[in-house]
Structure formats: C-alpha cells, structure tokens
Design a protein around this ligand. Structure first.
Ligand code: NAP
Ligand code: ZN
Ligand code: ZN
Length: 347
C-alpha cells in the first residue's frame, strides 16, 4: 500500500479538507501514476453534494487526471515509466458484456467502475484525482500526446470526451448546424471540437459576456438565452444541439430551435428531472437524447484529435487550498473555463 496526499469531502455539503489515501499495491496489470494536474468537473460538485444520490464519504473527487507513469506491473506492455498519461472517468468495467466488447465501457451492463466513489472489483471504494498518485489498470490509462499542454489536456479526459462522443455519434461535420448550450467547462471544449469537425457552431449562453471568448474558440454565432428574441430568431435552425447546462432549462424552448429530424442531446446532468411537451418533438420529428462520457478507445481517439487540431481547455491553475473557492466559482459560472489543480501543492 502507498499512502498519498489528497483532498476529500468528509460529508455532503462540507468543505473539502486535506487528507491521505491508501493506494493499492501495483498489480501485474496496473500502472502507478504521479499525478501532476487534476481538473475540477461540475460532476465532482454534484457528486460530493449528493445531488445524484448518497455517496461513500470521505470522498476524493477528480476524473480529469494527467501525470507521469512511475511504475508498471510485470504484464503491462502499453505504458512505460516516464510516459505522459491520463485517466478519465472510468477505471474498470467487466470487459465482457456486449457494450464493453464494442469499446463502450461507459455502458457496461455489469456496471462500469468510476474513478471515484464507485465500488472497485476488490470491494474497495475508488478515490479520484485530487491527490498526488493513483494506481489504475493499464487498459484504462490514456496516452497524452506531446503536442498538448499538459495542464490544458487534463480537462479533455472528461469535458473533451463527453462532448466529442455525442458530436461524433450524431455525425456532426461539414454542413452541420450545431448549437452548444452553456459555455462552461464542457461547453468551451465542445465548441472547439464541433468547429474542428467542420460544423457551423452557435453558442447559446445566458448572456453575451463571453462572446469574444466564444468566437476565439471557433463559434460562428453567439446568442444570449436571456433574450426572448433569440428563440424566435433561431427557430428551426439547428441540426444538433448539445446541452451542457448543469441546471434545469426549459426544454421545449430549445427543442423548437431544431430543424426537421434534428436532435438535442443532454450531457448536462442536473439533479432535478426535466420535462418536455411531446408536441415539441412530434412537430418536426425531433429527437431528445442523452450521452455519457465515452469509451476508452474513443477517449484516445479524442486526445489524438485534439492534439491534431489544437483543441485544449482554457484553464485557471489553482493550488489545493483553493478547491473550495473554485467549487463556488464553478457554481456561479465564473471559472474561465476549467479550474485545474496543480497537485504539487498537495505535498
Ligand atoms: P460548468 O463548467 O459549470 O458549465 C455549465 C454551464 O452551464 C455554465 O458555464 C453556464 O454557461 C450554464 N449554466 C449554469 N447554470 C445555468 C442555469 N441555471 N441556466 C442556464 N445555464 C446555466 O459545468 P461542466 O463541468 O461543463 O458540466 C456541465 C454539466 O455536465 C454538469 O451537470 C455535469 O455534471 C455534466 N456532465 C455530464 C457528463 C456526461 O457524461 N453526460 C460528463 C461530464 C459532466 P453560460 O454561462 O454560458 O450560460
Ligand atoms: Zn466530469
Ligand atoms: Zn461490461
């Protein structure tokens, strides 16, 4: 066992505090990673607050992890000591069900193992990346291309794959008219990826305050959803809408922006149920869908795509003692655009 420094929530709605964790011994298929940076995803906040149900505490969040390999098990062939690697939202799955065999481990019918707060195969509770080191099965460790800035690559492990996967699944490319709702951690990466895929990209943000940044990320158009005119002006004009909002929004209004056969996909995961009027779908054969992160193979594909197209997160680098303040700033949509913990501050 290895003792590592970490930050953990002692209970729901309590500030995170410094602590230590035990990491398992490096098994034959495991990789020990010295964590350098860990992004703060809004899902970390939903989870520690108990928005999505009860949790095991103390809980160390963090599923946007990058670092260097410092030890590998005897049977590991795909990673070497010194490699620049990442870990996202998954650290294990059954590997045998229909979905795992397709490389969609996030939909493992036996239950995937999340990077934190999940029951691991040995019965222990997984603990995430707000820490100095982690031991992960080599098959769930990603290669971080050298072309990417290391800190700016960390958020791609969740925000990148969560936006890339649905954009690819719904065939976004040249000629697609895409809207991204909410320009936060996920949204600002989603805009860049949709642009790199060749789509015409519109940001639908609450206000116009981030318009300049949106254009810099590759948005062709930018509208404020606080202005009711936006919804009349853009009615029926998108093929695909990616909703990244962490809170409840009025679905019918957004569905009315889809063209015939258009799809709106929710990746935002608010704590409350959303409702819609089915006539918003029926009237133009529209679809409302959801999407969960992405599988390991697709996550590697996304990292390589981002390296090739210069897609990186815009980051605010913080020390561990600023984690609680960063949580407040995420919740009030003040972070530009992803807070990333420099884990050397945990030492
Ligand atoms: P974030 O950085 O807080 O961004 C969310 C954005 O939504 C905000 O920047 C804001 O954008 C907009 N927003 C916030 N509150 C709003 C409100 N009341 N009404 C309208 N818009 C609002 O969060 P994130 O890390 O990108 O995560 C977004 C959501 O995706 C969270 O619910 C998270 O749990 C979920 N998520 C899901 C998956 C998945 O696999 N499906 C993976 C990761 C995260 P503007 O200021 O531009 O309006
Ligand atoms: Zn996440
Ligand atoms: Zn499976």
């Amino acid at each position: 066992m290895l003792t590592v420094n970490a930050y953990a929530a002692p209970a729901a709605n309590e500030p995170l505090i410094p602590t230590t964790l035990q990491r398992r011994d490096v098994g034959v298929n495991d990789v020990l990673i010295d964590i350098k940076y860990a992004g703060i995803c809004h899902s970390d906040i939903h989870t520690v607050q108990g928005d999505w149900g009860d949790q095991h505490y103390p809980l160390t969040p963090g599923h946007e992890i990058v670092g260097y390999v410092s030890e590998v098990g005897s049977e590991v062939t795909n990673h070497q000591v010194g490699d620049q690697v990442g870990v996202g939202c998954l650290v294990n799955s059954c590997r045998d069900c229909e979905n795992c065999r397709k490389g969609e481990e996030q939909f493992c019918t036996g239950g995937n193992v999340g990077t934190y707060g999940a029951v691991d195969r040995d019965g222990s509770i997984t603990q995430g990346g707000y820490s100095t080191a982690v031991v992960v099965d080599a098959d769930f460790v990603l290669r971080i291309p050298e072309a990417l800035d290391f800190a700016a690559a960390a958020p791609l492990l969740c925000a990148g794959i969560t936006t890339y996967s649905p954009l690819r699944h719904w065939n976004v490319g040249p000629g697609s008219r895409v809207a991204v709702v909410g320009m936060g951690g996920l949204g600002h990466v989603g805009v860049q990826i949709a642009h790199a895929l060749g789509a015409e990209v519109t940001v639908l943000s609450q206000t116009l305050s981030k318009q300049e940044d949106g254009k810099r990320f590759g948005a062709d158009h930018y509208y404020a959803t606080s202005d009711p005119e936006t919804f009349t002006q853009l009615a029926g004009s998108f093929d695909f809408i990616l909703n990244t909002v962490s809170a409840e929004i009025e679905l019918d209004a957004y569905l009315s922006l889809l063209a015939l056969d258009g799809t709106m996909t929710n990746v935002g995961a608010p704590p409350v149920p959303l409702s819609l009027n089915v006539f918003a779908l029926i009237g133009a054969r529209r679809s409302f869908a959801g999407s969960l992160i992405g599988g390991i193979r697709e996550t590697q594909e996304m990292l390589d795509f981002c390296a090739e197209h210069g897609v990186e997160a815009a980051t605010e680098l913080i020390g561990a003692e600023q984690i609680n303040e960063a949580y407040e700033r995420v919740q009030s949509s003040k972070v530009r655009y992803r807070a990333v913990i420099d884990t050397s501050t945990l030492d």
